[in-house]
Design a protein. Sequence first.
Lengths: 174, 148
Amino acid sequence: MITKDITLPSYEELTVQEVNISTPYLRAGAFHLGKMCENQNNEYMLCRKEENDPRKCINEGKEVTACALNFFRQIKNSCLEEFNQYANCLDKSSKDFEYRHCRNTQAVFDKCVLDNFGIERPDFGYFCRPKVHQTTRPKPEETPIEFPGATEPIPPPPPPGSKAAYGTRFHFIQ
Amino acid sequence: MATHTQDLPPKGGYSPINFKRIPARSYFSGLHIFIGYGIATAIGSYAYYHTHKVIKKEEIEMRSGEFALLPLLFAERDRAFLKQVRANREEEEKLMANVEGWETGTYYGEPIYKTVPKNKLIDPIIQEFYAHGPSKALTRQAFFSSWV
């Protein structure tokens, strides 16, 4: 169903270096990553929601991936040991990487990130809250769909209180 | 000759039948039981309330962590999706090159959607997305939630 009229980006446009790390490590860095790349993430998610088309948000998506890659590189340079320890704890403590089992290693990792990057760990529900994002990208215009040959819409009902044109069916009410 | 003696009650008569009711010893009165129930429920509710708050907090934290990662995962997945869609189209062009009257993405020139704009990308159904790959890829993806 993908016709030739549909423009698709080329493979070169779509190929960037991906973040090739496993789930425990992603989960371990999630909060600081979300805080550090908040602007890019919000921009991308807003674009995705507004445009409803993956083709139009490729550049925003690339920025998200680049920011995440940069974050994990920085972590690798500065806090590798603490990060590994925390991710290892998450991995081995529960089946779905629950944070509650690993508060000690988490505190060590948080302190390292705070000392090196100055990023404080956001509170527990920070990313669940709705956010207002300021963007320079114009809002896409919605074009109403036209249906040729469609029936005319039903005329609006008369305003309340007006008299019925043909009276009522029951003469005793009048 | 053996003498017959009649079977009679013992001398002095039978002992009296004990028909007097002996109720179980009661430790609590009804009022005390009600009060105890109330206290136990109150303590339990208090403990439940606090545990519930902690559990909800932990659930929110887990969800928050997932939300923080979503943009990264979506970005990667969108690119992979577009790559695969492009590969599918090229594969179809190659496959149907010798079929007369065949137009890619349509059934001999008849499109699926007539009212949508020409350039609109609508997600293909999953069978079509995996049409040119091994069936294992389709089953793995389509029934992922069944076997995971």
